[in-house]
Design a protein around this ligand. Structure first.
Ligand SMILES: [Zn+2]
Length: 394
C-alpha cells in the first residue's frame, strides 16, 4: 500500500528533519507517535522501527532509508568483506544493526538558507551539515549554526528566526588544500554513495601512504605512526575538540583508533577516522578516490580474475626470489592474497606428489607476516613449487 501519508524527502534531507516535517504535517507531537500512526495506517505487524516504517511508507527498503536519509554512508564508509566476495558489505550493514546516530543535533548553514530563500525553496535540514566533526558547511565554508534537536520540528529558517543558535568554532585551516578540507571533502563524497567500501582496499591504500611517508603500521617499531603525523599536522584546536586523546599521547605510541585502519582490514573503523588518516597521507580528494577505486576494483574482483593478473605476476616474482612484501608492492597485490596463493600452490603440489597421509594433517599454521621472507633453497628457481611446499610444511 503506498502512503500519501508521507511527503517525498528533499534531496540530501536528514531523517531527523524529515520526521519533524512529517510530524508537523500530521499534527503529531513526536516521531514515536508518527511511526505508530504510520504503522497502523499501513497495517504493519507489531511495533516497528523508524527505518522499517518510513521504508514501508516510501516503498523503499530500510537499507535505502539509511543510505538516502542518514549520514551512515559517511559514518560507515568501509566494512570487511564476507568470505572475500565483496558483495554483502552494504546489505550486511543494515542486518548487523548499524543504524543512524542517535540524538543528533540540528545544524544548518546561514549561507545555504540564504540561497534557499533567494530561489524560493523551502528550507530543510541537510545531511551534509551533519557530517561527523565537520563544523563548517563544506559548500560555503562557513561555520555551522547548532540548535537543540527540538528544532527538527521546525524549518531551519523558522528555527533561525526564533534564535541565532550556537555558531560552531572554525579551525585555522579548512580550505580545500588543507587536511581538514580534504577530510570534509571525503566524507561529503562518501555520503553520496549507496554502497560500503572494502576495508581491505582501504588498508592497502593507507599502507601505500604510510610507505611514502616512511611510517610504520605495526604496533611496535622505531618509525613514527600515522597518528604521529596527524597529531603534528592537523590544527590543534580541532584535535582538542574532537580527538583530545591524540594530543596527550607520546610520539611513537600506538593509537588504535587511527593507526588501526592501516593494520586491521577485518575491522570496520568509523568513516571519520578513515577520512582523517587518508586526508593526512595524500594531497587531494581526487587522488584518494582514484586510489580507493583502483584498489576496490582489484579486491572485489573474483579470486579467479585476480589470480590471472597481478597475483600471478606477484607469485612469479616470489618464485624468482623476490620477498613477499617486495612482490606485493611491485605488483600491487595484498600480502594476504599472495600468501594464500603460495599456500594453495603448496597444497596442490603436496596433493599431487605425496599420497601418504601426514602425521598432523590439520595442524594450523600461523599466517605469514607481511614482511616475512619464506626460506627458499637454491633449487627454488629451477623447480618452482617444490621448495615452497617444503618450506610451508615445516
Ligand atoms: Zn552552506
Amino acid at each position: 500500500m503506498n502512503a500519501p501519508f508521507l511527503p517525498a524527502p528533499f534531496e540530501d534531507e536528514l531523517l531527523d528533519g524529515y520526521l519533524g516535517r512529517c510530524c508537523a504535517a500530521h499534527c503529531c507531537t513526536n516521531a514515536k507517535s508518527l511511526i505508530a500512526g504510520l504503522g497502523a495506517h499501513l497495517q504493519l505487524p507489531g511495533p516497528c522501527s523508524t527505518q522499517a516504517a518510513i521504508a514501508a511508507g516510501l516503498t523503499i527498503t530500510p537499507q535505502q532509508v539509511l543510505f538516502r536519509l542518514t549520514t551512515l554512508p559517511a559514518q560507515r564508509a568501509f566494512a570487511p568483506s564476507h568470505k572475500r566476495d565483496g558483495r554483502p558489505r552494504t546489505e550486511a550493514l543494515y542486518l548487523m544493526g548499524v543504524q543512524m546516530r542517535s540524538k543528533v543535533e540540528a545544524m544548518t548553514c546561514a549561507a545555504c538558507l540564504n540561497e534557499d530563500r533567494k530561489h524560493g525553496r523551502t528550507s530543510y535540514w541537510r545531511r551534509i551539515h551533519h557530517l561527523p566533526d565537520v563544523d563548517w558547511c563544506p559548500i560555503h565554508r562557513e561555520a555551522l549554526l547548532k540548535f537543540d534537536p527540538k528544532a527538527f520540528r521546525h524549518r531551519p529558517t523558522d528555527a533561525l528566526a526564533q534564535g541565532p543558535g550556537v555558531r560552531l568554532a572554525l579551525p585555522t585551516a579548512f580550505d580545500a588544500a588543507s587536511i581538514l578540507g580534504r577530510y570534509a571533502g571525503l566524507l561529503a563524497h562518501w555520503l553520496q554513495r549507496d554502497f560500503v567500501g572494502s576495508s581491505a582496499a582501504l588498508t592497502h591504500v593507507i599502507r601505500d601512504g604510510c610507505t611514502s611517508h616512511e611510517l610504520r603500521w605495526t604496533e611496535t617499531g622505531r618509525r613514527p605512526l600515522v597518528s604521529d603525523l596527524i597529531a603534528r599536522q592537523v590544527p590543534t584546536e580541532w584535535l582538542a575538540l574532537h580527538w583530545p586523546d591524540l594530543l596527550t599521547k607520546t610520539p611513537g605510541e600506538y593509537f588504535a583508533r587511527l593507526d588501526g585502519p592501516s593494520k586491521d582490514k577485518h575491522v570496520s573503523y568509523p568513516g571519520a577516522a578513515c577520512a582523517l588518516v587518508l586526508a593526512t597521507l595524500f594531497d587531494s580528494v581526487s587522488e584518494i578516490q582514484a586510489r580507493l577505486e583502483e584498489a576496490e576494483s582489484r579486491f572485489v574482483s573474483s579470486p579467479d580474475t585476480v589470480r590471472d593478473g597481478a597475483l600471478n605476476a606477484a607469485y612469479l616474482d616470489f618464485i624468482n626470489g623476490a620477498k613477499i612484501d617486495t612482490a606485493c608492492r611491485t605488483q600491487q597485490v595484498s600480502a594476504e592474497q599472495l600468501e594464500q596463493r603460495i599456500r594453495d600452490e603448496a597444497k596442490r603440489w603436496s596433493r599431487a606428489t605425496d599420497g601418504a597421509p601426514r602425521a598432523t594433517p590439520h595442524r594450523r599454521r600461523s599466517p605469514l607476516p607481511a614482511s616475512a621472507s619464506v626460506h627458499r633453497p637454491s633449487v627454488a628457481k629451477s623447480s618452482g613449487l617444490e621448495p615452497l611446499s617444503l618450506a610451508l610444511a615445516q
